[in-house]
Ligand binder design. Sequence first.
Ligand code: AMP
Length: 180
Amino acid sequence: MLYDDFYIKSLIQTVEDWPKKGISFRDITPIFSDPKGLRMVVDAYIHRYIDSNISHIACIDARGFLIASILAYELQKPLILVRKKGKLPGATISQKYALEYGEAELEIQEGAVKDGDEVLLFDDLIATGGTLTAAISLLQSQGANITEVAAIIDLPDLKGSQLISDLLIPVYSLCAFEGE
Ligand code: AMP
């Protein structure tokens, strides 16, 4: 094993009933206050993708940006920001998706990816998979292939990682919290 998932899990702070009652929020902030933990997380992905055929790394607003920008630097790949509506300047392409209450929208800049690009898509956490599947649709609509989805945390009981696997896209996460 190239990383210690027990150690990584110890750096994820669970905040109960935040941002609303009934949610166990998995806070990755302590990873960034622990240089050894940050290196362990980053190195796990570097080892996995150093010899892969990915051409781009895409990451989701906003916590996904933190790790993915280090990966883009280390793996020397272009970084694509998938942002919440209204954050990216210039011409954009957008994709709406359903939230528990209401809907949200993700955007990329026009021309960010093209036919034949092999994209590693990164976010901090997979819950229901709604956010990631919207980002997948957005990138695929521009001709990109999603080589793999990577996250730090999977919440398997919410079935997001299953939803993505059902699209025949591999999913890689460093740790999982069962039972929610
Ligand atoms: P989903 O679209 O349901 O898979 O939710 C994934 C997105 O919401 C990710 O960008 C996460 O940052 C955030 N998120 C959802 N649930 C949690 C949670 N329990 N703890 C921390 N972040 C979460």
